[in-house]
Design a protein around this ligand. Structure first.
Ligand code: ADP
Ligand code: MG
Ligand code: MG
Length: 893
């Protein structure tokens, strides 16, 4: 006895979606619940897999099982497949475990031929309906099974309507359809050199094979790849007796959602067409009517449908997307599934369903995809409008903006000061453009990738950014860019959609982000369940405030380099770097001290009472100096100029020498992070002094602070001991000038494998660890992120050399192992050592789950990702609560 390949609807249920596909499982479930579902049966996904394994041969016994099921169906309906007097007609529908739009289209009215169509006409007394059904069948079968061009058939219908002077299909008469059918059959015969198959058994076999084959068509393969659906699942085939929505004005077909899928409002939301079949509603041949209209036209049917939709929602405990057909006043349900919805609707529906007592808070929390929340936290393009896209780039940072094009950071700042909204357009940006980015609504670059300077900075600030718009030719001299033949000059208005990577001419309507009541409520529940803390990466008081607003419990990474890049500071910073003597350097540092102190004062004040991890200067100093190539060109130009300003030339030559002397082969691995702090202790000492001054100042104002001083890029414990000593000594010095004490801690980033592997030594000198997983991923893989993403990472992903981009989803096996090791070793010498991560991974759901499992204390992410992280942390706790307990025990014992 072989495998069972065929299940009647009455034999299945919703749990069997892997075997019967989603559609089949739900048809079975509805049948069992007693809903009016036209009877039928499902061929399993296993049959599909067997078919492919044997090289496209129908598995043995399958067609016999189909025959048996068909005979039972005939008995149930009282009609006979292929019987000229009383024909049974069926639909053949594909359906995989996951809904897949790339799969085969459904065939309706199978079983019709030149004889049965006459029987149908007589039986129903409705020849127009019978011929309409037959022509639909030939059309669909020819398209889907025989692979003929749809256009050939549509043309025949169009010509017919023209000849008759009518606009819509239902206006054609029986005799018109007869003529159309005649021509259809001629087309088929001409194209396939055989007549249209007349034997219903053959029609059915061919249709089943076509569904199996469609599992491996190009569309389906691509769809599976994008959505990470396994190729080995296979599709089921549903064979279902037909019901007819095209039998007159008391018939029709439609689709409806049990709640509004766009807003989440509790209302039936859908469309239907009177006197129509199958896909007519979505095909756009006639404009459908809103479902509310059905209430007027067929009130009894409407009431019944409303009841069923409530019943289905209660049964599935989720918003449903339902297909229905009305045949001469009788309602049939043809499909139900969980409806797709916008983020806004997802949140609202989940929260409302808790209030309605339909689901638990836990369900609600698990049901909203954290990734989707991004849509809610940025201004966004109103995508209900038709958009004219000028050029596409990489969607580097989501959100939308409209503003005047500007090509220079200084000018951007100037225009913003005058109250204009601007969008900075550059070939690429550098740290020197930062004030221009701050002043702009969004950034567009023609070069660079998802991690270019512009992209990283914009994401950090929650501003939209499109990178790598390669078709955009920027002419900085003329202050214009060109796409094809269209030229856009500075000052002209463009709009960008950073989530889609679209640049549009002119202004497009935007919608503001709304933290709806439901959203806040859901996040409140998340906080009850999560055990992982959520902090934000914030460098400015504005970001700090945003983070608090979004529920951050502290700052996990406050980078200080951006503070060095404010336009009024760059000259002082350069003075400090270029100083020839210690005296000169101290002079520059003493100018910087009050500025830094002001920064820390503002941020610590904003975060009063919450911890703020401040990382001392990390990037190599030459990042604050002009670019070497630019300088070379400038010096060259000055040297050649007939009347050169000698003093200026000298200055530039000095600068060039210094820049050359600081040039590094590989700055990422050069003099930066704590190495800088050791080689130039006076810089870190200034920063630490500024932090303590600010903290004392706030203390005197009665505002509590919790500074955590973080030393970057430590690889050896000695680096940390040296610097820790500097911090403590500086504190002692500052304390002298004030009353009382400040509570502070000193910790380190773990972003070099050696640090993770020697975390027990390092923990002796550290009060906390913060895993800098951006750099840790680079140093673990030996990839430089920009080079990897620009050159080979995409290939790696396409060819499954790597399963995910490790800069987006934390690589648990490698980088994760180092994090785990770091935590274990660290806590082995210091019980309860505080640990967190502050890479971009802190805002990504799978990485957050990993942090939960590894028992970190917190994740830190960009302010705009804080709500997402709160939800993801709650989901991790709900999914792995038990796992976490177990882990705890294994640590204890
Ligand atoms: P899809 O997965 O593309 O929605 P379906 O298999 O659901 O494809 O069917 C396409 C259309 O045909 C839908 O409108 C559906 O309601 C209709 N349909 C499918 N089977 C039948 C049937 N037995 N009787 C009447 N209409 C049907
Ligand atoms: Mg459907
Ligand atoms: Mg780093």
């Amino acid at each position: 006895m072989g495998k069972k390949y065929v299940y009647r609807f009455s034999e299945g249920n919703r749990e069997m979606r892997e075997l019967l596909g989603g559609k089949g499982a739900n048809l079975a479930e509805m049948t069992r619940a007693g809903l009016p579902v036209p009877p039928g049966f499902t061929i399993t996904t296993e049959a599909c897999n067997a078919y492919h394994e044997m090289g496209k041969v129908l598995p043995e016994g399958l067609m016999e099982e189909v025959d048996t099921a068909l005979t039972l169906l005939e008995k149930e309906i009282g009609k006979e497949f292929g019987n000229a007097e009383n024909p049974l007609l069926v639909s053949v529908r594909s359906g995989a475990a996951f809904s897949m739009p790339g799969m085969m289209d459904t065939i309706l009215n199978l079983g019709l031929n030149d004889e049965t169509v006459e029987g149908l006409a007589k039986l129903t007394g409705n020849p127009r309906f019978a011929y309409d059904s037959y022509r639909r069948f030939i059309q669909m079968f020819s398209d889907v099974v025989l692979g003929l061009d749809e256009y050939l058939f549509e043309e025949v219908i169009r010509n017919r309507k023209e000849a008759k002077g009518v606009k819509h299909d239902p206006d054609l008469k029986a005799s018109d359809w007869q003529e159309v059918i005649y021509q259809f059959k001629e087309i088929v015969e001409k194209e396939i050199k055989k007549p249209f198959p007349q034997d219903p058994a053959e029609q059915l076999r061919l249709a089943i094979q076509a569904v199996f084959d469609s599992w491996n068509n190009q569309r389906a393969i691509v769809y599976r790849k994008i959505h990470k659906i396994s190729d080995s699942l296979g599709t089921a085939v549903n064979i279902q007796s037909m019901v007819f929505g095209n039998m007159g004005n008391d018939s029709g077909t439609g689709v409806a959602f049990t709640r509004n899928p766009s807003t989440g409002e509790k209302e039936l939301y859908g469309e239907f067409l009177i006197n129509a079949q199958g896909e007519d509603v979505v095909a756009g041949i006639r404009t459908p009517q809103p479902i509310s209209k059905l209430k007027e036209l067929l009130p009894g049917v409407y009431r019944q449908f409303e009841e069923i939709s409530h019943q289905l929602e209660r049964h599935y405990q989720d918003m449903q997307d339902i297909e229905f057909t009305v045949e001469r006043g009788k309602l049939f349900i043809l499909q139900t599934r969980n409806g797709k919805r916008t983020a806004q609707a997802a949140v609202k529906i989940a929260v409302h369903m808790v209030h309605e007592g339909l689901i638990t808070k836990e369900n609600a929390l698990l049901r909203v995809d954290p990734d989707q929340l991004n849509q809610l936290l940025h201004r966004r393009v109103d995508d209900r409008q038709a958009l004219q896209v000028l050029v596409k780039g990489l969607p580097a940072s989501p959100g939308a903006a409209t503003g005047k094009v500007v090509f220079d950071a200084d000018e951007a700042e100037e225009m913003a000061k005058q109250g204009m909204k601007v969008i900075l357009v550059r070939p690429e940006t550098t740290p020197e453009d930062i004030h221009g980015i701050v002043a702009s609504q969004a950034v567009v670059t023609s070069r660079g990738g998802m991690t270019s300077h512009a992209a990283v900075v914009a994401r950090g600030m929650g501003k939209p950014c499109i990178a790598g718009c390669e078709e955009m030719k920027i002419d900085l001299n003329k202050k214009e860019f060109q796409v094809g033949s269209i030229v856009v000059k500075q000052g002209e208005i463009i709009s960008v959609d950073g989530g889609a990577g679209n640049v549009m001419l002119g202004e497009v309507p935007l919608i503001d982000p709304v933290l709806s009541d439901e959203f806040s409520e859901l996040l409140g529940w998340a906080d009850q369940y999560r055990t992982l803390g959520v902090r934000a990466n914030a460098d400015t008081p504005v970001d700090a405030r945003k983070s608090r607003e979004f529920g951050a419990e502290g700052i996990g990474l406050c980078r200080t380099e951006h503070m060095f890049l404010a336009p009024d500071r760059v000259p002082v910073v350069q003075e400090m770097i270029l100083a020839e003597t210690m005296e000169e350097r101290q002079k520059a540092l003493s100018k910087l001290l009050p500025m830094q102190q002001g920064d820390f004062y503002e941020i610590l004040k904003e975060m009063a009472g919450l911890p703020v991890t401040i990382r001392l200067l990390d990037p190599p100093l030459h990042e604050f100096l002009p670019n070497l190539e630019d300088l070379l060109l400038e010096v060259d130009r000055l040297r050649r100029a007939p009347e050169t300003d000698k003093i200026l030339l000298r200055e530039k030559e000095d600068l060039l020498r210094k820049v050359k002397s600081m040039h590094e082969m590989n700055p990422m691995l050069g003099l930066r992070g704590c190495r800088l702090g050791i080689m130039h202790p006076e810089i870190y000492a200034m920063q630490v002094e500024a932090i303590f001054n600010a903290a004392f100042q706030l203390k005197e104002e009665g505002i509590p602070t919790e500074p955590e001083i973080m030393l970057p890029l430590v690889g050896h414990v000695n680096e940390l001991s040296l610097l820790r000593k500097m911090v403590d000594e500086t504190y002692a010095r500052v304390k002298e000038k004030h009353v009382g004490e400040i509570r502070y801690t000193v910790g380190t980033m773990i972003e070099i494998p050696r640090a993770a592997l020697t975390a027990d030594q390092i923990a002796r000198e550290a009060d906390f660890f913060s895993f800098g997983t951006n750099d840790l991923t680079q140093t673990t893989f030996g990839f430089s992120r920009d080079d990897a993403e620009g050159k080979f990472l995409q290939y790696y992903l396409d060819h499954k050399v790597l399963p995910e981009n490790p800069f987006i989803v934390l690589d648990r096996e490698g980088v994760g192992k180092l994090v785990e090791t770091g935590v274990k070793l660290g806590r082995s010498v210091k019980d309860g050592l505080k640990t967190g991560i502050c890479g971009e991974h802190g805002g990504e759901k799978s990485s957050i789950e990993f942090c939960h499992l590894t028992q970190l204390n917190y994740v830190s992410c960009s302010p705009y990702r804080v709500p997402l992280a709160r939800l993801a942390a709650a989901q991790a706790a709900l999914r792995h609560g038990a796992a976490k307990e177990a882990l705890k025990e294994s640590v204890v014992h």
